[in-house]
Design a protein around this ligand. Structure first.
Ligand code: GLN
Length: 381
């Protein structure tokens, strides 16, 4: 059996959602919006299912969807993509990241990663034969610093995996940080796999900047319809980058999932045509939810880290006067009726800070019940 998987447990998201269901706890753990998703997009999917096509779509994705992806990024991020040569549709962003790693690295190539990191990255890098070089980011701002970043690069660096806006940090990389990374990648001939699935979920006027703007020829930008339209189970992703990257990427994609359900591709084509007001309203609604949860918790002495992007916010346990480890606190909180995500699982290296992540993409009453349970948990911690 392959040793990468033999030594792994089940992902913390699955585990916490199962525990929440078993214990009837409020689920502020796994990141998914509680509402069912926009009705018109669901109807578009239903129509596409009945009317077809439902046979294999083209391997790189339906032409209409690839055109819609290019048009979407042109309208929202002023990025010019050639839909025929630079866009591939995938079965979710996770598939896109896996295919990119398989396509871009040879065993022994170094891959720069940042911790904390989304839990899927490291096993995928290892399974693809990559040698990870991990740079630690530090709260509360989680900024890329030149010294630490430069030290992670070597003549064997082939790929850097970034995530902005960041899950679980809820930080958004600035143009300066992206420019610094671009400079080092140019120097070392490295490719960036840029996980930008939270690109439309930013707060307080912070805007997402794509790595494609800073390193056009060497970035594969990854997007997700599930995150854009609050339909996380759909697993429709987009991988966008220069033709040389896309051609190589598509070869890995064709033997991983080959295609993505055409009915969902059609519905996403429709959804991507939504104008700026849809995304503004989504951001405003998530921001209201963030503020509701944060103010309820701050009122009880919880200290939370800034949350500028993605629908997560983290509790700083020591600053909140809680002496437990993140895992112990998550267990304690679930006994008090609320599921959270301890962040130590996102740190491959020892001595992580003591943080737990909360998802605020929930209805008001769920947030209120979650906050009440967290307050009880704190009082008895
Ligand atoms: N992206 C989701 C989160 O961060 C989890 C996805 C999953 O469960 N694999 O919560």
């Amino acid at each position: 059996m392959n040793s990468v998987y033999a030594s792994l447990g089940t992902t913390v998201f699955e585990t916490m959602s199962r525990l929440a269901a078993e214990k009837g706890a409020v689920n502020l753990g796994q990141g998914f919006p509680e509402d069912g998703g926009p009705r018109d997009i669901l109807e578009a999917a239903a129509r596409a299912t009945l009317d077809g096509p439902n046979q294999y779509p083209p391997m790189r994705g339906l032409p209409e969807l690839r055109q819609a992806v290019a048009a979407h990024y042109r309208a929202h991020q002023q990025i010019d993509l050639d839909w025929q040569r630079e866009v591939t549709i995938t079965s979710g962003a996770t598939e896109a990241i896996a295919a990119a790693l398989l396509a871009f690295i040879e065993p022994g190539d170094e891959v720069v990663l940042f911790e904390p990191m989304y839990d899927a990255y490291l096993p995928m890098v290892l399974r693809a034969g990559g040698a990870p070089r991990i740079v630690r980011l530090h709260p509360p701002h989680w900024r890329l610093e030149r010294g630490a970043l430069a030290a992670a690069f070597s003549e064997r660096t082939r790929v850097v995996v970034i995530n902005t806006p960041h899950n679980p940090c809820a930080s958004v990389m600035s143009a300066d940080e992206l420019a610094l990374l671009a400079e080092l990648c140019r120097e070392h001939g490295a490719i960036v796999i840029s996980d930008e699935v939270w690109e439309h979920v930013t707060f307080d006027g912070v805007r997402h900047v794509s790595m494609l703007e800073h390193l056009r020829e060497r970035t594969l930008k990854i997007g997700s319809a599930g995150k854009m339209f609050s339909l996380t189970g759909w697993k429709v992703g987009f991988a966008c980058g220069a033709p040389a990257l896309t051609d190589q990427f598509a070869k890995a994609h064709q033997f991983l999932t080959f295609t993505t359900p055409p009915n969902l591709q059609r519905a996403v084509t429709y959804a991507l045509g939504k104008d700026a007001s849809y995304f503004d309203e989504m951001r405003a609604a998530f921001q209201r939810s963030r503020d509701r949860l944060v103010s309820a918790l701050e009122g009880e002495g919880y200290v939370l880290l800034p949350a500028k992007g993605a629908y997560f916010v983290s509790i700083d346990l020591p600053a909140s006067g809680i002496g437990m480890s993140d895992v112990a606190f998550a267990q304690h909180a679930i006994e008090h009726g609320v599921a959270t995500i301890p962040l130590s699982g996102f740190y491959p290296n020892p001595d992580p800070p003591n943080l737990v992540r909360l998802c605020f993409a929930k209805r008001d009453d769920t947030l209120d019940r979650g906050a009440a349970a967290l307050i009880k948990a704190k009082r008895s911690a």
